[in-house]
Ligand binder design. Sequence first.
Ligand code: FMN
Length: 359
Amino acid sequence: MKKIFETVSLGNLTIKNRLVRSATMEVGGAKDGCITPALGDIYEELSVGGVGLIITGMMGVAPNSCVNSGMTKIYAPEFSDAFAKIAERVHEHGSKIVVQLGHCGVKSRELDGADVAFGPSSIPDRTPPVREITKEEIADLVKAYGAAALKCKEAGADGVQIHAAHGYLLSEFLSPIYNKRTDEYGGEGRAKILFEVYDEIRRQVGADYPILVKINGDDIAPGGVSEEEFTKNCEELARRGIDAIEVSCGIAIDKTSNSTQGSRQDEAYNAPMANRLAQKINTAIISVGGYRSIEKIEEVLNGGNIAAISMCRALIREPGLPKRWEAGDRKKAACVACSRCFASSKHGCYLLLNSAAEK
Ligand SMILES: Cc1cc2nc3c(=O)[nH]c(=O)nc-3n(C[C@H](O)[C@H](O)[C@H](O)COP(=O)(O)O)c2cc1C
């Protein structure tokens, strides 16, 4: 029987318990993309709170990759020194930290010089116009992912996670909704860029460094990625040596297709997909989406081959939740899944991020 509070290995990444902070963009932690001490405060609070692994909010790998000015830029010159201090603070309390490598594709709004954002095809999100990325730009971007991962490794991150979910660039490539290309990066080759990104990162960081991926099993939009294609792509990533796969959903092309589908009653909404994948491959699978109760987490961990559970909103509201549960207080998480993390001060969540931003 698996326990929540026991050591677990996600490929080459060993963590002290099976609870993961799923990537959460901490808008308050960076100013114009440069890390402020506030980001370290947020992560230190989470590590004091007992979570085994913190996956950072998505961080931009290259110019024109960020959704807004609060998203950390790995390519900023100050990144390495600032991140190294954060990694130290997290490690002091026994948690591990993995950087999520992001490119927002057609959702990029923070353009450092470019006229328009690009995606696999010129299919806009909510803010047109956008243009199709060229093959030369794809080649440069693949290298940029590798360079960003190496920078994270050198700055003390315990691994990197490739963000290939939620309708950002790599997820756009994987989705037939956004990817209408007729060259080798479209059609049957929709996942080609993801495999190239993985291979380039692996080449730059070496064989033993943990590389994780977050990927949609369902775009929650008509015409989105099929479960069959998602499974095939994960099998290929497993074959290439990915350390762990976090199974998520939602392409955010409109208000109904976002990744925060859970309501109070709807815990573990991605678990069935994650379980089906876990039956097919031996790679560590992380299940995210709606987790609020210790009973549901124990049930999912022991109902299939899921290695770890990740949470976002519950830990925005209550960074100390893992420690509380470990101490024997099994009360449900205080988060009510209102999904107004950035917009409402009612529960204190928004204030948490904002007060950090003011430091
Ligand atoms: C405020 C906020 C910021 C988020 N930022 C990211 C992010 O940077 N990268 C990512 O992969 N997912 C992000 N997500 C999605 C979460 O990681 C997670 O997949 C989703 O919220 C479902 O999990 P939960 O029910 O535990 O919140 C974000 C979600 C919220 C609410």
